[in-house]
Design a protein around this ligand. Structure first.
Ligand SMILES: Cc1ncc(COP(=O)(O)O)c(C=O)c1O
Length: 422
């Protein structure tokens, strides 16, 4: 059976095609593959006998229900990139959350104080003295009853955020945090984002160097603060491409891969990862011509920051490219006909694909995080029992919109048949 037919079969079996709210372009998640990907990650760590735990980065799934599956499988809490994501996860009953992006500005600080007051397990990162002083002030003014948990973010080579990995500088920041009565320093964060999709040997070489940098800082600072018996509880780093290599360093307590459970075509083609593409976008053919097939998924439903989405078997010979906000083109050549040279308008009889207006085509997003962010809903296919007991068939994809009360995970949801909640 061609890969596309697997997806269509599941859509049919789970009655999504008949669901009144199903429409294309539709973001699909195969729960079976999602769980298999997670199992693969957990068992790979076990296989190398690593004590390192997984704190999955949930910026790519954004759903507390999906995060809960990972927690139930043994995840050591979760990461999010933004406070809005942390809020949705907390509303979904999850407390052990690390926000991996630095927080600044009064709106975010206000939100942080509200969330931290609700959740002492909320953790954030800092990389400079100004932010430490500001956070300390805000915690004091907000009358936070506990110390806010903080990790120092270290630049291990990505050159994004993160303090320079210089022992004196990191030690000075450590001292400033320790001197604040409002902050509790619990760890160091590194993230070697620049090598996630590098070729395996190159990734390994750079990753091991980055881990050496991160963990030698830990050891040097702990040694400098020996008289105060200070130790870092957490050393967290890693992504889908590097987490297994990170975990070979004994001092890395947790890794934070994110894309592994949904996957995308750029990861897949860059380093031949074993994780399966669990995320897809269903599109509908809207027109066919001699040289191209036009589908209803364009820039507003498939991100292009990591290249174009990919067609799958039996259409793997076709190239997808966006043709505007709401249009996409499948053609045999990388570049479809130029707009000023209209091809023969040989409608309906298209190439040799057999596709005609109204047919569904499944595409694999090139980048899971930025594609998911374009969709309000995620259509779930897969394991019937999980779908029946834990999920509506359609869940909120973007955390911009709050999780509806009836979908909160702390409430036991019982669904009769497809999509009918009691
Ligand atoms: C700080 C941090 N950690 C972990 C991840 C997860 O990376 P990946 O999706 O490549 O697994 C990201 C992704 O952007 C990140 O920014």
């Amino acid at each position: 059976m061609a890969v596309q037919d697997f997806w269509l079969e599941k859509l049919r079996r789970d009655n999504l095609l008949k669901h009144p709210d199903f429409d294309t372009p539709a973001l699909l998640l195969d729960l079976d593959l999602f769980v298999e990907n997670a199992q693969l990650a957990f068992s790979a760590l076990k296989r190398i006998n690593s004590k390192t735990k997984i704190r999955p980065h949930c910026k790519s799934i954004k759903s507390p229900q999906l995060a809960r599956i990972l927690l139930n499988m043994g995840a050591n809490g979760i990461c999010v990139a933004k406070l809005s994501e942390a809020e949705v996860m907390m509303n979904g009953g999850i407390d052990d959350i690390l926000v991996t992006t630095e927080i600044a500005g009064p709106t975010k600080l206000t939100k942080l104080m509200i969330l931290a007051a609700r959740n002492p397990e909320l953790k954030i990162v800092v990389d400079n003295h100004i932010s430490v002083a500001t956070l300390s002030d805000w915690c004091a003014k907000a009358g936070l009853k506990h110390q806010l948990k903080i990790l120092i973010d270290i630049n291990v080579g990505q050159n994004r955020c993160g303090i320079e990995p210089d022992c004196d500088k990191v030690l000075a920041l450590t001292e400033t945090i320790l001197a604040s009565g409002h902050l509790q320093l619990i760890g160091l964060q590194g993230y070697e984002g620049h090598i996630q999709q590098a070729k395996p040997e190159q990734m390994q070489e750079h990753c091991l160097k980055a881990m050496q940098l991160l963990t030698s800082l830990k050891l040097q600072i702990e040694s400098a603060l020996k008289s105060r018996e200070f130790v870092f509880q957490t050393i967290t780093t890693g992504g889908t491409g590097s987490f297994l290599t990170c975990a070979t360093n004994q001092y890395i307590t947790e890794v934070q891969p994110g894309s592994f459970c949904t996957m995308d075509s750029s990861y897949k083609s860059s380093n031949g990862t074993q994780f399966a593409n669990a995320l897809a976008v269903a599109t509908t053919v809207i027109s066919t011509f001699a040289d191209r097939i036009v589908v209803d998924a364009g820039l507003k439903s498939l991100s292009t920051d990591m290249g174009n989405a990919k067609a799958i078997e039996p259409y793997q010979g076709y190239h997808y490219s966006p043709a505007g906000d709401e249009h996409g083109i499948l053609s045999k050549s990388e570049a479809p006909s130029k707009p000023d040279t209209p091809s023969e308008l040989d409608e309906v009889k298209s190439l040799d694909s057999g596709l005609k207006p109204g047919d569904l085509v499944i595409l694999l997003p090139s980048h899971c995080d930025t594609t998911l962010n374009l969709h309000d809903h995620l259509f779930l296919v897969g394991d019937e029992e999980t779908l029946k007991t834990q999920f509506e068939p359609i869940i909120t994809a973007r955390t911009g919109s709050a999780v509806p009360e009836h979908l909160r995970i702390d409430r036991k949801l019982k669904i009769e048949g497809r999509g009918k909640s009691q």
